[in-house]
Design a binder for this molecule. Structure first.
Ligand code: 4NP
Length: 150
């Protein structure tokens, strides 16, 4: 299983999803390839947003070494599962998805019972509390996914 988390910039939500899922798989002793990417290219090469780094660090996870990259058509073959943070990410991913790619594409919160169809809200233009909400959302999904794999 190879899992890719995708948001718009790859500096806020998807790096936190990557960190939360890696944390859960480590706790569960699972071997899974995990990565994240953005549909947009504005932040390529940049570390996660300082507020996202602070959020992860508050949970004991250092994400300062992550670097943003843009999702590519090759990702649809390289990964078995691609999770989008919101509906626009889903539309953008569907628009570039090659026919016959192996990756299964799904909205991240579809994993969480009772939150199917919901988006992980974009915290970029808001305050710190938005990042706490992002962490809660991506952690809930990460726990479900890790439990499913275990
Ligand atoms: P992300 O957040 O998609 O969760 O990484 C954003 C990061 C950057 C921008 C928008 C959202 N931006 O417009 O630059």
């Amino acid at each position: 299983m190879r899992v890719l988390f995708v948001c718009l910039g790859n500096i806020c939500r998807s790096p936190l999803a990557e960190a939360a899922f890696r944390h859960e798989t480590t706790l569960a002793g699972l071997e899974v390839d995990v990565d994240s990417a953005g549909t947009g290219g504005w932040h390529v090469g940049n570390p996660p947003d300082a507020r996202a780094q602070a959020m992860a660090l508050a949970k004991g996870i250092d994400i300062s070494d992550l670097r943003a990259r843009q999702v590519s058509t090759a990702d649809f073959d390289a990964f078995s599962h691609i999770f989008a943070m919101d509906h626009q990410n889903m539309r953008d991913l569907r628009a570039i998805a090659p026919s016959g790619g192996r990756a299964e594409l799904q909205l991240l919160l579809d994993l969480v019972p009772g939150r199917e169809g919901e988006a992980v809200a974009d915290p970029y233009y808001g305050g710190e509390e938005g990042f706490a909400q992002t962490w809660e959302d991506v952690s809930a999904a990460a726990r479900v996914l890790a439990r499913r794999l275990a």
